[in-house]
Design a protein around this ligand. Structure first.
Ligand code: AMP
Ligand code: GLY
Length: 424
């Protein structure tokens, strides 16, 4: 089997790392990939949202399955594109079609979906520029902090949490009238603030049955103690200690089952990952968001804990035989710590040579924003590498990750030293 993974981050390196273990795969391709995926696969210099270029590469290389890492190609309809093309429609795509991808592509759609199917989530209303005054009135009925969400994809920046009513009103106007996030904020969801502690649960589905994958918690803020700007994610832990069997059972009954059943009822044939962002408020789960892909860096802890052949699960998704498949999960804790470019998530420099990662022995080095330049591995993004380790405890795994990081260096390298701080 020849498999193509779309994307270029740590998530895609983790997929490649895991799929490379499968004896059913003869050749892996990653588009565009990074310096890490290049060790395991053939990197193709293609933008995953350039569907014609993806088609050409798939046909030229006789690719037999496509695994989509990021949301953008899914929301843009890559799966639909494959189905509509007679030369591609026999090739399974792991990732939903446009209708399912709306769970991430439109906050308004996902809130309506949850409300319709009785899935616990924060109370909300949606507004456009025409209904701005009603938005102000709705804000007045809520208690601070206020949560404003651009409806569309806004590169992870579309959610604002504001502490005063005046600020919330001003930002609502910025989003709706002045198009703060462009087209993405032409509709804004205003919702109740949820208390509790966040975690993520990942589901793989073939549209009929599903598997619940290990849970994870990520650390989104740039600064220690969860301070400062939001990032793509600075580290992750799996499993989440407070997500015990009872809690996961509740999530399955209250969220996963109605989500899968809701997709079926609405005629959405969903084949791929569902990333459920949850708030746990005193043991009660409430959905913060859906994503239609795996998380990054959550993948770098969730996927290495899966001991079985991931490709077999993907085959189950492709042929709707997921119910026949089983998989084992390591009982160990996995931790990952992200190394980022100084300045990220604001401006940062690229092309910094990364040294020492070859000497890491007790961790897995997942490349994120890296590339090869004149035979050297250099930084090529804000998030540069994720250092994953296993341990009998979270503390043991974290100690390994941090010891491995001591060996790695690039100019202005930054990382959080407190991943897992709230779980100790
Ligand atoms: P989202 O893109 O919807 O996941 O929002 C980004 C982040 O904002 C989440 O990971 C939460 O930390 C926070 N957030 C979003 N919605 C809420 C809410 N209703 N209550 C509290 N925090 C929220
Ligand atoms: N780490 C959060 C995300 O992938 O959206």
């Amino acid at each position: 089997m020849k498999v193509l993974i779309l994307g270029s981050g740590g998530r895609e390196h983790a997929f490649a790392f895991k799929l490379a273990e499968s004896n059913k795969i003869t050749q892996l391709f990653v588009a565009p990939g990074n310096a890490g995926t290049q060790e395991l696969a053939i990197n193709l210099d293609i933008n995953p949202t350039d569907f014609e270029a993806v088609k050409k590469a798939v046909l030229e290389n006789a690719i037999e399955m496509v695994v989509v890492g990021p949301e953008a190609p899914l929301v843009a309809g890559i799966h639909d594109f494959f189905l509509a093309d007679a030369t591609l429609n026999h090739i399974p795509v792991i990732g939903p079609k446009k209708d399912g991808a709306l769970l991430e592509g439109s906050k308004d759609f996902s809130k309506k979906f949850m409300q319709k199917h009785g899935i616990p989530t924060a109370k909300y209303q949606s507004f456009t520029n025409e209904t701005l005054e009603n938005g102000f009135k709705f804000l007045e009925t809520l208690q601070p902090p206020f949560v404003l969400k651009a409806d569309g994809l806004a590169a992870g920046k579309g959610v604002l949490i504001l502490h005063s009513l005046a600020e919330a009103k001003a930002e609502l106007k910025e989003m709706l009238t002045n198009q703060k996030f462009g087209e993405a904020s032409s509709t804004v969801v205003i919702e109740e603030f949820l208390k509790g502690i966040e975690l993520s649960v990942f589901v793989l589905t073939d549209g009929k049955s599903y598997k619940i994958l290990p849970s994870a918690k990520d650390y989104k803020r740039i600064g220690e103690g969860d301070a400062g700007l939001n990032t793509g994610g600075m580290g992750a832990i799996s499993p989440v200690p407070f997500a015990d069997e009872d809690f996961i059972n509740k999530v399955e009954e209250l969220v996963v089952k109605p989500t899968i059943a809701g997709l079926q009822k609405d005629g959405i044939d969903y084949r791929g990952f569902i990333f459920i962002g949850l708030m746990n408020d005193a043991g009660n789960p409430s959905v913060v968001e859906y994503n239609v892909r795996m998380g990054d860096p959550e993948t770098e802890v969730v996927i290495p804990r899966i001991e079985s052949d991931l490709f077999e699960l993907f085959e189950g998704v492709a042929h709707q035989t997921l119910h026949e498949k089983s998989f084992q999960v390591s009982s160990k804790t996995a931790t990952t710590v992200m190394l980022v470019s100084g300045g990220y998530p604001d401006e940062y420099e690229k092309n910094k040579e990364i040294v020492g990662f070859e000497n890491v022995e007790n961790s897995i080095v997942f490349h994120a924003g890296t590339t090869l330049k004149n035979g050297k591995v250099v930084s090529n993004g804000g998030r540069v590498m994720a250092i994953t380790s296993f341990g009998n405890t979270m503390e043991e795994a974290l100690e390994k990750s941090y010891k491995s990081i001591d060996k790695i260096c690039f100019e202005k390298m930054y990382f959080r030293k407190d991943i897992g701080f709230d779980l100790k």
